[in-house]
Ligand binder design. Structure first.
Ligand SMILES: [Zn+2]
Length: 293
């Protein structure tokens, strides 16, 4: 295990324990979260060593990498994802003409395949060998690391629920910013720890997903991180469907990994309330940060 004693965003050592949660999805191991007093970044610490993190992704039903849905849950996730893939590409086009797109953490490549059909040249980076093999069987330019993506080559870069997984935040942002053309746009989607569903579910909020999620952002910490890399935040966009999926999982975690009909109803109500509250606060369950170079 390794301890994070210094905030990677602002360098402060003033960290306090926010809560204790566990890996409800897989190992049931306990992990504390600490928050930086200065910039309010929340981190999973102590956390597994970097070279030990892969085994926390070995769960057979780890959804992002599972190509064939076998449960009702997985199927619902699939359907929501296919719906959002189209919306994501439409969002890109609001900011960039079709050019070159890098999807960092591209998983099995579903989003890239759709983007390619819409006219984008694509790069994919995916560390998981299994997911990468699936992506590479249908797409060119899919790599294990970002090194092979040329500098200043991408007019759009996307990270769909990826940044919270990367061990080295600053290095990753530097590498990404280097790949972006001047005037290019980066889209960073992450769970929002200040959302109403997060505040309600607390340690059983599924958006925490420790120890796979190493960082837990709010708007303040994300904006500061982007600024440090000369990326100007132009907009935050809600991901309203995430409130439903995350609330369902959170209900399950809260009740010994079982979800019955009343739990299902509670989750739906909670998600509705979260999205309604966010209409005034802006604190949706997940947010897409849109920033330009
Ligand atoms: Zn900080």
């Amino acid at each position: 295990m390794q301890d994070i004693n210094t905030c990677p965003i602002c360098g402060s050592t003033q960290l306090y324990t926010l809560l204790r949660t566990r890996d409800y999805h897989y190992t049931q191991e306990e992990f504390p979260l600490k928050r930086c007093q200065e910039c309010s970044l929340t981190m999973t610490t102590p956390r597994p060593e970097d070279n030990d993190l892969a085994r926390y992704y070995n769960s057979p039903e780890y959804l992002s990498h599972n190509a064939r849905p076998t449960t009702l849950f997985a199927l619902a996730y699939r359907l929501a994802r296919h719906f959002t893939i189209r919306n994501k590409e439409k969002l890109l086009r609001k900011y960039q003409q079709q050019g070159t797109l890098l999807d960092f953490g591209c998983g099995t490549g579903d989003f890239l395949r759709h983007a390619q059909q819409c006219g984008w040249q694509t790069y994919g980076v995916e560390p998981s060998e299994h997911a990468r093999a699936i992506a590479a069987s249908q797409l060119k330019n899919v790599y294990a690391t970002i090194d092979l993506v040329p500098l200043k080559s991408c007019s759009a870069i996307t990270l769909w629920h990826v940044l919270e997984h990367v061990p080295d935040l600053q290095r990753t942002l530097t590498e990404l910013a280097n790949r972006l053309t001047s005037g290019g746009t980066i889209f960073v989607a992450v769970p929002n720890i200040e959302s109403a569903d997060s505040l309600y579910y607390g340690p059983t909020w599924a958006g925490l997903d420790v120890p796979r999620h190493l960082w837990h952002f709010n708007r303040k910490s994300m904006e500061r991180l982007l600024q440090q890399h000369a990326l100007k935040l132009v907009r935050t966009i809600p991901m309203k469907l995430d409130a439903y999926y995350v609330s369902l999982l959170s209900e399950k975690y809260r009740h010994n990994n079982r979800l019955n009909i009343p739990g299902y109803v509670r989750a739906m109500r909670r998600a509705l309330m979260s999205n309604r509250t966010a209409r005034t606060t802006g604190e949706y369950s997940s947010l897409i940060y849109v920033a330009t170079k």
